[in-house]
Design a protein around this ligand. Structure first.
Ligand code: NAD
Ligand code: ISE
Length: 348
């Protein structure tokens, strides 16, 4: 059966997801799009898709079985709440929302609905390199993880749209989420250090070093650079009790010529995580077709939002800020996801 999807926000990532859902993946059709910039939505709409005037019209349309949200972070809450009220599965790009209060409102709505509808766009969890790294940590052959070094470098970010808070409340959320997932641990505290700032960054805080204090006592150090010029460079290394494990650099091909030995650097996240986005949508399409969601949840989006908030306070107060999560509602129990993953494997 084909899943009929409506997509909100036809900007950079919205258009990239339209391409993959139209030309790469099967079992899905984009039947509607919308954007506050209607001309942009019309230009991005695949053949036969309706251009809706508003997100509300798209979400409530009978044509639309499931929704993809690719608008800006501050718009996510209202659109998520409308999807949950309509009982429609929804894929929401990160960040889930931009404040703790908003995350709690979305969580309360989903818990009242009674089962999961939301998957958050933390695509690193679907990347084969991160999955191998997690398998190595989980099998225990290197002992307990003690340190995780996470490097998150962007060549540049859009001028004007990207504010000085965004390295912490838009970009760091990926590192926060992948740290929780890789280490199977929660983040209990956050510190931020602002080293000498790059002149390329203008008013932005760039670079930023963040220390995540995991509840187990393990530490994560994150470098966030958003104007590094040479490319999109994502690295990760876990130091365990009796060994280390690292992500390979991508693309892995090594070139040797008269200029020496070199390895290309991806231009941006679209290139580095292309396969991961494909896989996150394969899993979303399967779950949404069953009226549910798996993978990164509202709970995970809430956790990342708390870390982002704490990081902003840590800059202001120059302190170690504590992260205090609520009790996890039963619909977000990890075993529930595993059950659905198992049914996905047996169905494929
Ligand atoms: P963008 O500015 O290129 O596109 C956003 C689009 O949303 C624009 O066309 C804008 O007009 C539209 N929009 C904004 N508010 C809206 C509203 N209320 N209703 C309808 N349309 C609205 O931004 P982008 O880079 O495509 O980022 C979009 C989202 O995706 C952000 O939350 C961003 O953090 C996330 N993102 C995720 C990844 C990832 O790797 N997972 C990568 C890039 C962006
Ligand atoms: C962007 O919004 C993303 O989500 C990318 O994955 C991330 O690496 C980048 O830093 C963000 O700006």
């Amino acid at each position: 059966m084909t899943l009929r999807v409506g997509l909100i926000g036809t900007g950079t990532i919205g258009r990239d997801h339209i391409r993959r859902l139209t030309h790469v993946l099967s079992g899905v059709e984009i039947v509607g799009v919308t954007d506050i910039d209607q001309a942009r939505a019309a230009a991005a709409a695949p053949a036969g898709a309706e251009v809706f005037a508003t997100p509300t019209a798209l979400i409530s349309s009978e044509k639309v079985q499931a929704v993809i949200i690719c608008s800006w972070g501050p718009a996510h809450e209202e659109q998520l709440l409308a999807c949950i009220a309509a009982g429609k599965p929804v894929f929401c790009e990160k960040p889930l929302v931009t404040s703790e209060a908003a995350a709690l409102r979305v969580m309360e709505a989903e818990v009242s609905f009674g089962s999961r509808l939301v998957q958050v766009g933390f695509m690193r969890r679907f990347d084969s390199d991160y999955r191998r790294l997690k398998a190595i940590i989980d099998c225990g052959e290197l002992g307990a993880p003690l340190l995780f070094h996470s490097v998150h470098r962007n060549a540049s970010v859009p001028e004007g749209l990207y504010t000085s808070e965004m390295p912490l409340n838009d970009t760091l959320v990926h590192d926060a989420d992948i740290s929780r997932w890789l280490l199977g641990d929660e983040i209990g505290g956050v510190e931020v250090r602002l080293p000498k700032q790059s002149r390329r960054g203008g008013d932005l805080r760039d670079p930023v070093v963040v220390l995540l204090h995991m509840v187990s006592g393990a530490l994560v150090n994150v470098e966030i650079s958003v104007n590094i010029a040479y490319g999109y460079d994502i690295r990760g290394e876990v130091s365990c009790e009796s060994g280390t494990a690292s992500l390979p650099l991508r693309p892995a091909t090594i070139i040797r010529d008269i200029h020496g030995v070199r390895q290309a650097v991806p231009a941006d996240w679209r290139e580095r995580f292309s396969d991961a986005y494909d896989q996150e949508f394969r899993e979303w399409i399967f779950a949404a077709g069953q009226g549910t969601a798996t993978g990164p949840s509202t709970w995970d989006g809430y956790a990342a939002t708390l870390v982002a908030d704490a990081a902003l306070w840590a800059v202001k107060n120059r302190s170690l800020e504590r992260v205090n999560m609520r009790d996890r509602p039963a619909i977000y129990a990890p075993e529930r996801d595993q059950l659905t993953q198992t049914s996905m494997k047996s169905a494929s």
